[in-house]
Design a protein around this ligand. Sequence first.
Ligand code: PLP
Length: 411
Amino acid sequence: MSFEDRLSEVGLNLRSSIIRELLKFAASPEAISFGGGVPDPNTFPRHQLAEIAKEVVEQDYSYTLQYGTTEGDDLLAVQIIKLLNRIYGIADVQRDQLLFTTGSQQALDLMARIFLDKDSICFLEFPAYLGAVSAFRMSFPRFETVPLEDDGMDVGYLENRLRELDAKGEIKKVKFLYTVPNFHNPASVTMSLEKRKKLIEICDRYDILILEDDPYGMLRFSGERLPSLYKLAGPDRVVLLNSFSKVLTPGLRIGMMVGHSSIIRRATMAKQAMDLCCPTLTQRIAARYLERHDLVEQLKPGIELYRGKKDTMIRALNEHFSEIKGAKWVDPEGGLFVWVTLPQGFDTIGMFDVAKAKNVYYIPGEAFSIEKTPSTSMRLSFCLPPEERIVEGVRRLKDVIAQYGREKGLM
Ligand SMILES: *Cc1c(COP(=O)(O)O)cnc(C)c1O
């Protein structure tokens, strides 16, 4: 029996994750994988969470085992409003400007549902966060991509594209611009303050809504914290997404959407149709966790762990990759990734077979493009392997590059 002929357009448009395919063999014990983008489980505060979980099931059962409101747990909201003030300096978030979502992923989905139609235009960075692309793709928008530079989005490029769309009378079709300003996934760059201001100025001029996704902002290793776009421009211009996935645990599946109350109201109605509410249990666990523990303090050992791993990876790259003429990489100020770009002529998907044979894994840049364009780049995640494996993995990668480069006559 085949169901293909009765699938909806959305059903037919679904694609399996290339990342999942590529990493099928990365779990073997000899393999060193820089592929996964998930946090180190050793950073999860499991004992504290276990204690709270038992307590809230036994004592808060009439809340935690019951349906909740679509808006989410009010106790969690109290904590989050405080936290938003602390980490972003936004003091005036009202309850009706905040919606809890099943991870940021659901917030991305909600944004697509309430803003995007088939002929809508949606701006993204290039390379792009795949989770956002797959959520937005469900609405069949036209994607416009803005190249990323070392200090964030090429705002000059954006300005030109918007001017062209305006001249063609298409500017109203642009529904929002999606950006990951801090420690971008996958490009690992951070948008400079100057570019943040310029981006807002451009978006003010063309009346473009900004969707700011900041799951990594609290994972800063070095450098100064920069003001969020939301802080700079407010809810009339920006919707801010955040998530516990990278700073507490992804298993709770708690994300949040902060924005203008009329956007949050629409998103709440759409969420109601999707899943009625987020799990009350995990929201209450998070609320109690934030009441009792200082998330910013608790994060410090995790940040140290990631900083150590990141430094190890950068040192290994400096040592082994310097002789590859034209190769470059970003030394990120935070987050979980290092984006490496190889010289002209390399194709990191083509190279993948060599890497597989040498038991080292990465995500080819092509995976982060919308039209699957070949790429000389790759995303390396340093968060999971222990430090000595990071060194060994970079050494293997260098051999992979050397072998592939020789085979293709590139070096
Ligand atoms: C990991 C990540 C998220 C978090 O997604 P959740 O659904 O909250 O787990 C959001 N945006 C980006 C860019 C990410 O890398």
